[in-house]
Ligand binder design. Sequence first.
Ligand code: 5AD
Ligand code: SF4
Length: 473
Amino acid sequence: MRETTTRISSAEVTRQEEFCEKISELLTAQPKEHLAYVDTYGCQQNEADSERIRGYLKAMGYGFTTDENAADVIVINTCAIREHAEDRVFGNIGALVHAKRRHPGQIICLCGCMAQEPTVTEKIKTSYRHVDLVFGPHALWRFPELLYRVITRRGRVFETPDEAGSIAEGIPVVRQDGVKAWVSIMYGCNNFCTYCIVPYVRGRERSRLPEDVVAECRQLVAEGYKDITLLGQNVNSYGKDLGLEVDFADLLAEIDAIEGDFLIRFMTSHPKDASQKLFDVMGRCKKVAPVFHLPVQAGNDRVLKAMNRVYNRSEYLDKVRRLRQAVPGVVITSDIIVGFPGETTPEFEDTLSLVEEVEYDALFTFIFSPRPGTPAAEMDDPIPMAEKKANFQRLVDTQNAISAKKHAAYVGRTLRCLIDGVCEEEGFALTARTPGNRLVRVKEGGKELIGTFQTIAITGSNTWSLWGELAQA
Ligand code: 5AD
Ligand code: SF4
């Protein structure tokens, strides 16, 4: 098979660095501190994209702030997955009119998934005239050039090319955290679940080359990062577009072989592509954390079919069984949508019984939100919102009881955890994560322990977290 992914040449990326330098020269001509504010909505993929936007901004000479009034450049990196997320973004962009009035030279940029929706771009063009630059995910790698155009011409720029997508290597990155790092291994999605807008805004699946991913991970380990999460909309189909004999399980094994004491995580996985080979490799690899996010979305076969998920309930449950066999004690989490068009309460109850059968460690639950342009948005939906909300609450209550029970089973155990931050809550000093990524609040301990693995005796739990004390190893 031949490679199908378009790669941006290093000369093109170097050209973007030149735009960073040109902007830097313009900034140095005005002797003051120049600040940028990057506001991120949505998933980890967006967090990872914002790290690249910050990388470019730093190369241009900007410092960072979280105060919109102090910022010379504001970049809002948006999420389109649900209507609620979009409403929040519109509310916040609307409010920026005041910041800009106080700070007339301020440049406001909108990027991310919403920027790629034609209806949103139209609305920004006509009703949010204080937004200077709009660019979609496909144009992110050209952010310096676009910003330069705005700065030098003082005109508005809209760059939302409708394309399948490409891959650019070598963009600078400013990471927010010194312990945990996100590494995108692929972009886009080919699955077209009927409710989901992602394939329309992020384009087709395309994988980074394994050597680029491994080199980035090796560099992160050398810099002291302890927790690396590999990101993609469907990491299990990694490599299919490359025309190489390498799949996601092979990539995991290669990263696992990097010298050093660190953990590897990944998300998200589509159940249809979660293979026995991957489960076996996970079971064998020492550094791959025993945690698997395996979104089921629904437990009823008619609904799964209408969602175009291409697996049924029994196939999903079979994968869970095989995963647990290959990786004993694995923490399993999932995403569920309640109230897909036409989902009746008896159909929803199949989701409930699946949740009871699997006993997830944690769930991310959503009420269906119609996304313009997706097939599900056009489907008949006679079920009243009150019924959907009642079902949603039943699901949350069921999962809360399971989470509380699962967390209680940790009490009395001693686990090697990664200390990842300061705990703001009274009576606790630090936060930590179990290998399965459960939150642990640690009673005592100094900040110098952040970024180290420590043995922690778990002494208590509730629905959402565990707590404990540093123990002698
Ligand atoms: N409505 C509600 N939830 C959605 N998700 C994706 N699209 C929608 C939608 N239109 C959920 C899915 C997915 C998670 C990231 O968001 O559960 O796995
Ligand atoms: Fe959306 Fe489905 Fe792709 Fe996930 S797999 S991003 S839910 S289309």
